[in-house]
Ligand binder design. Sequence first.
Ligand code: DSN
Length: 418
Amino acid sequence: MNLLDPSLSEVDPTLARLIDEENRREHETLRLIPSENYASRAVMEATGSCLTNKYSEGYARKRYYEGQHVIDQVEELAIARLKTLFGAEHVNVQPYSGSPANLAVYLAFCNPGDTVMGLALPAGGHLTHGHSVSITGRYFKSVPYGVRRSDGRIDLDEVRALAKEHRPKLIFCGTTAYPRQLDFAAFRSIADEVGAILAADIAHIAGLVCTGVHPSPVGIADVVTSTTHKTFRGPRGGMLFCKKEHASVLDRAVFPGLQGGPHNHTTAGIAVAAQEALSPSFRTYAEAIVDNARTLGEELVARGFAVVTGGTDNHLLLLDLTNKGVTGKVASKALDRAGIVANYNAVPFDPRKPFDPSGVRLGTPAVTSRGMGRDVMVLLANWIDQVVKEPANDALLDRVALDVKALCASYPAPGIKI
Ligand code: DSN
């Protein structure tokens, strides 16, 4: 058989079956992991195109390979749309994902051993903001800042005091498990006081930022990093925005500093996602994400859940389950069996270990992409409450899973064929 022509199910029925199974899972469950979403059919078509075949090290019109007539246009299209959407002076769409985008910032502005600051991972930051087990915590002197014990919010007084004491070269502001808006202007003034570069990582909130649903750091931070697949709803990838003055040092950090050829099929998917995000309906979508998260938070608070910071301004909620007498891991595994997919997560000042923490993180980008609204958030809060009360009740978990499946049948998952 010529392996290049037959379909996936003919060449590799095992893998084809696994993809079918994942399609079904994504259709029949309520996906509440805040960093996940449903890419559109159009984004997936672009990502699954012949652009995966092409090498194009370099940047548009300055490549190290021939045959770039189409690729240059694809990359320039993605960049032009993102400039319009985010109001950025310079855009780079080549980072393979958010972590490489962040590493490019370190490579561009720091030397090994320099002092850097970022939100501590257990307080809601990201591994690449200087966590000890990440290369960013091993090759740099990391000074993490945290949140206030009293209200779970970022303590800007602490950030300022630490910055003045340690004089970091680079300050990251950005989060993965923080439900409140970020005050980019306050970070800017702290960075200016100590002469630090300010990097804003908006991976989680890019779709909220480009629609004005969350304030933007573009034009405030020296550099903005992001993934492309969370609230932005593109393919899995990364992007960087910066002021013109930093363009060449950042471009050189991405290529040839960290990477070889860009993933052109991903660049194409990013261009499509940017086109989708430019439509007025994407703003409606972004507003609905936040409205759903707020509603879910209020409904959970009404059922006695301890929601970190008391609620949310964005797409996610962090529940501290200590008062429910159940760990985050037990709860998230029971929820998964019941068709509600979340992730266990440390809460600020968590006395438990990261692999078995006290919290669960919930987010609304994916369910909102299915068109679910406040009424579904009320149902969800009820199911979460029931499951957390009786995580070992198999009959209950099976019953909820059936109810979830029935509900999902009325809200087809975008981009997915089953
Ligand atoms: N940013 C992580 C998440 O929030 O799930 C993945 O790196």
